[in-house]
Write a protein that binds this ligand. Structure first.
Ligand SMILES: [Fe+2]
Length: 320
């Protein structure tokens, strides 16, 4: 059964007030690369004067609830009459909300608190010709959690979020989240993998077009870390890429876990659409989405989205 996730519609007045403060303090923006981490930190550091304070409370109530764990946030349009600026203000608001929720990992190249991904037909065709394996918008991603490699540490970030700037598909489908509390086989797989027991993962290289259409890739690498981790305070699950092991038992177990997550009777669902921000409690639940269908022709990009990752998370492995 799919539970339809409640959406939080951010008030237009809240967004306008945030944008006004931003523009007054730091000047107007003309591109996404103008959105700098330090400016957003400055603007959101005082929770009493943060224009998003009420929305943040609502978001936290959902993400911190172990039966829910996902917050689906709609950012209103019509903040500016200028169409391009209105898109940028949506992105700026998404970044402001996320920076209010948590410290964010900074994209080193751009100094922004997010990474921008653009997918286009042209780029994907080039990559397929080059024989590269990558995620295209048509791929169905199985249920997984996101990791973060921070120097010698493998971390499971507390929050991750995706903001859809533009999805050029008539049927973009749903985004899904499955908290471990709704996963009927949680105990079974936790016991089978064991707690803090290392497994080898081969990470799929992810290739997308960056903001100027250039190709950005994360190299495929092998990670050795546990699926189920526990320290003195909290638990975390890492499940991403493919489990590669000489031991058949582990590979079979991982394949069974993928099936179990996809077949689980319950999950949260929400339609994917423009100006919608999905925020997830990444340590205690898995996310996935449908295959995008029915592409709209004649567009430069098939999908543009911002991805946010919280700085804070659980360290599940330290090498070196
Ligand atoms: Fe993900």
């Amino acid at each position: 059964m799919y539970f339809q996730a409640d959406t939080i519609a951010i008030e237009k007045t809240e967004v306008s007030s945030f944008i006004d403060s931003y523009v007054t303090n730091f000047g107007n923006i003309s591109s996404l690369s103008d959105i700098k981490t330090k400016d957003l930190k400055e603007l959101t550091k005082d929770s009493r004067t943060n224009p998003f304070k009420d929305s943040i409370e609502k978001i936290k109530t959902q993400t911190d609830d172990d039966k829910i764990g996902i917050s689906v946030v709609d950012i209103p349009s019509g903040i500016s009459e200028d169409k391009k600026l209105d898109v940028l203000y949506g992105c700026l608001s998404a970044a402001g909300l996320m920076e209010s929720l948590s410290e964010l990992v900074e994209d080193k190249k751009s100094g922004t608190p997010f990474t921008l991904y653009n997918a286009s037909k042209e780029n994907e065709e080039k990559l397929v010709e080059a024989g590269l394996k990558f995620y295209s918008p048509e791929d169905r991603l199985g249920f997984h959690t996101d990791g973060l490699i921070d120097g010698a540490k493998v971390k499971v970030p507390n929050y991750i979020a995706v903001y859809n700037i533009m999805v050029a598909y008539r049927k973009p489908g749903n985004f899904y989240y499955l908290p471990k509390s709704l996963w009927k086989d949680y105990n079974k797989f936790r016991d089978a993998f064991g707690i803090n027991k290392d497994v080898s993962f081969s990470m799929t290289p992810i290739v997308y077009a960056g903001k100027d259409g250039e190709l950005v890739s994360s190299e495929g690498k092998t990670l050795t870390c546990p699926v189920f981790s526990s320290d003195s305070c909290t638990d975390a699950i890492f499940f991403n890429g493919e489990v590669s092991s000489d031991c058949n038992k582990i590979t079979t177990l991982a394949a069974e876990m993928t099936e179990s997550l996809l077949d689980n009777p319950d999950r949260w669902a929400a339609p994917i659409k423009n100006r919608r921000l999905f925020i997830m409690n990444n340590k205690s639940g898995f996310h996935a989405r449908d295959i995008f269908a029915d592409p709209i022709d004649g567009v430069r990009y098939t999908r543009s989205f911002m991805r946010f990752v919280s700085e804070e998370g659980q360290c599940i492995k330290e090498t070196a």
